[in-house]
Design a protein around this ligand. Structure first.
Ligand SMILES: [Zn+2]
Length: 439
């Protein structure tokens, strides 16, 4: 499935607008990002972040180094602009790029203070700026540990994991600068991370591969939940890396996106076939084919008590035992995120039907998280089908499309009470571990 234009950091400005459209009115303003730091200029946010991250590593590094003390960055911090480019890194001349990086030879961190950082802050909040710095500082930590013999994608995920470990420390109240971090701020930062990722179709074994957003958010969440010691154990054999290259000529040409009508058909056939097989495993009962009704917003099918998502644009109707979706709204999400946004929505409706049919709740945070895991279990099945040429398969970018749609529709400020952070974790649990992981 799929069809993205190539995305690079250079296109961040354009892409940022696209993502914000999806967040609708639920995005919290940047001024709410970290309580007391309400409206600081980006440069000050960077400085506060770097000194707090230094504080964190001074306390934490001995736990991953067998007691060795931490040596802070020696080569300084270097904001740069187009007219004042970054310092040279070893033999490499400093050239302006809308980017942030760590230079091991000079032991310094440099960042685009003109475009990248101000844009990230105004669109996604101060926390994302701090997480970008924590990621770069993570590379400095790796350099101190002498970790260099890992593929780039492992080093990148480890830096994301270290950033998550810092975030957990700040959330625990240890930071003097980043206080009162809310689930909504974290969801904003995750939405921003969707931009800071590889272009779909990058092989995880490419020298420069950073990982897709699905994998990078996993690594960040791992750091938040399990801390720096867990991150320090990362290597090429113990990370679930879902990033895949395009394997079909057609996918590479279209970016992997099926045309809308074909995407809807393919997805409905596939998810129906999946539950015909999986529902008996889950319940011991046979699966009855589910009726699906696309509708025009002016003539939605009657349903006395719909179990709705996407602001009512899609729902399962318990009374009639059918699912229905606003065709225009679904098409808009397809245009915005790609074909697997359709998969995310229709998969969610099927998972709701599963829960109702087996007498389980879809309400509140735990109900939503159960739905997300079941929805992810279908993707697990897609990922484990081998390579028959007629099989529906995921293409590069599909998992990121699902995460993008999920964040756009279900954020911390949404109805269910589940944060995007928790929903992504539940969805990923299903994707990586399959049906048996969802209870
Ligand atoms: Zn990096």
């Amino acid at each position: 499935m799929t069809g993205h234009r190539a995305r690079t950091l250079l296109a961040a400005g354009a892409v940022v607008l696209v993502v914000l459209t999806g967040c609708g009115g639920t995005k919290s303003p940047p001024s709410a990002a970290t309580g007391t730091m309400a409206s600081l200029p980006p440069g000050e946010v960077v400085n506060l972040a770097l000194s707090d991250i230094e504080r964190f590593w001074t306390a934490t590094y001995p736990t991953i180094s067998g007691g060795k003390a931490f040596q802070p960055i020696q080569g300084g911090y270097h904001p740069y602009t187009q007219s004042s480019p970054p310092p040279a890194c070893g033999g490499e001349e400093g050239v302006y790029q809308p980017n942030a990086f760590y230079c091991p030879i000079g032991d310094f961190i440099a960042w685009d203070a003109e475009k990248l950082i101000p844009q990230l802050q105004s669109n996604f909040g101060q926390l994302l700026v701090a997480l970008v710095m924590a990621h770069e500082y993570g590379h400095a930590v790796q350099h101190r540990q002498g970790v260099t013999d890992q593929p780039t994608v492992v080093l990148e995920q480890q830096a994301d994991c270290y950033a998550g470990a810092w975030l957990a420390d700040a959330m625990a109240g240890h930071s003097g600068s980043f206080k009162g971090i809310t689930p909504a701020q974290i969801d904003d930062a995750l939405a921003g991370m969707l931009l800071l990722r590889d272009q779909p179709g990058t092989s995880a074994t490419n020298e420069g591969a950073h990982g897709n957003a699905f994998d990078r958010i996993r690594a960040l969440q791992d750091g938040v939940q399990n801390g720096a010691v867990k991150c320090s154990g990362y290597n090429a054999t113990n990370l679930p890396i879902t990033e895949v290259p395009f394997t079909r000529e057609r996918d590479a040409a279209t970016g992997g996106n099926l045309p809308y009508d074909e995407a809807v058909d393919t997805i409905l056939k596939d998810v129906e076939a999946y539950w015909a097989k999986a529902y008996p495993q889950l319940t011991g009962q046979p699966w009855k084919p589910l009726t699906v009704q696309p509708f025009d917003p002016s003539s939605a099918p009657a349903c006395p008590a719909p179990d709705a998502i996407a602001g009512g644009a899609a729902f399962y109707c318990p009374d009639g035992d059918f699912i229905a979706y606003d065709d225009q709204k679904l098409r808009a999400l397809y245009e915005q995120f790609g074909d697997n946004a359709v998969g995310l929505i229709l998969g969610d409706l099927y998972a709701r039907a599963v829960q109702h049919r087996r007498g389980q709740s879809t309400e509140g945070s735990s109900g939503q998280l159960a739905v997300d895991c079941l929805n992810g279990s279908w993707t697990y099945d897609l990922l484990h089908r081998g390579t028959q040429t007629d099989a529906t398969t995921l293409s590069p970018g599909d998992l990121d499309e699902a995460v993008g749609a999920l964040l756009a529709l279900g954020r911390a400020t949404g109805g269910s009470g589940a944060s995007g952070f928790d929903r992504i974790a539940a969805y990923r649990n299903g994707v990586l571990n399959g049906l048996s992981a969802c209870k």
